[in-house]
Design a protein around this ligand. Structure first.
Ligand code: ZN
Length: 133
């Protein structure tokens, strides 16, 4: 793992949360993207080396909607940048972590991604991501 690539935050609606984070971070959202396979809209902010991803459900039964129903709005996942996602997935699987994706899949912001099951990571949903080159 190279560094924290971004922190994902589940929000109920972009209409209020995007302007809120623009004010908080004093910077404009630089990218909005829908990931249909995850029933989610994403909005990205950059501050120096750090990035924040807001997640809004596009479906009342989607994973983000269910997360908010259970836990409320807030931090949803931590994403780590890796240089070779396939190798990192194999390493973590060998260490006993449970991968939620068998193969890297296409995520937002031009990334291959894979999630780890939070039950083996002290309740933290971990995302691996690698820039699509
Ligand atoms: Zn993410």
């Amino acid at each position: 793992m190279l560094k924290i690539e971004h922190i994902g935050i589940a929000v109920k609606q972009f209409e209020t949360s995007v302007p809120l984070f623009e004010k908080l971070l004093d910077t404009a959202c630089y990218r909005k993207e829908t990931v249909d396979s995850e029933q989610v809209n994403t909005a990205f902010f950059r501050k120096g080396e750090s990035k924040i991803e807001l997640l809004e459900s596009t479906d009342p039964n989607g994973t983000i909607a269910r997360f908010i129903d259970k836990k409320g709005e807030g931090i949803h996942h931590i994403a780590f940048e890796v240089s070779d996602i396939t190798a990192e997935m194999a390493r973590l699987q060998a260490e006993g972590f449970i991968l939620l994706n068998e193969k890297p899949r296409k995520g937002a912001d031009n990334k291959w991604v894979c999630f780890l099951h939070p039950k083996n990571t002290n309740g933290v949903l971990v995302e691996l991501c690698q820039e699509i080159r």
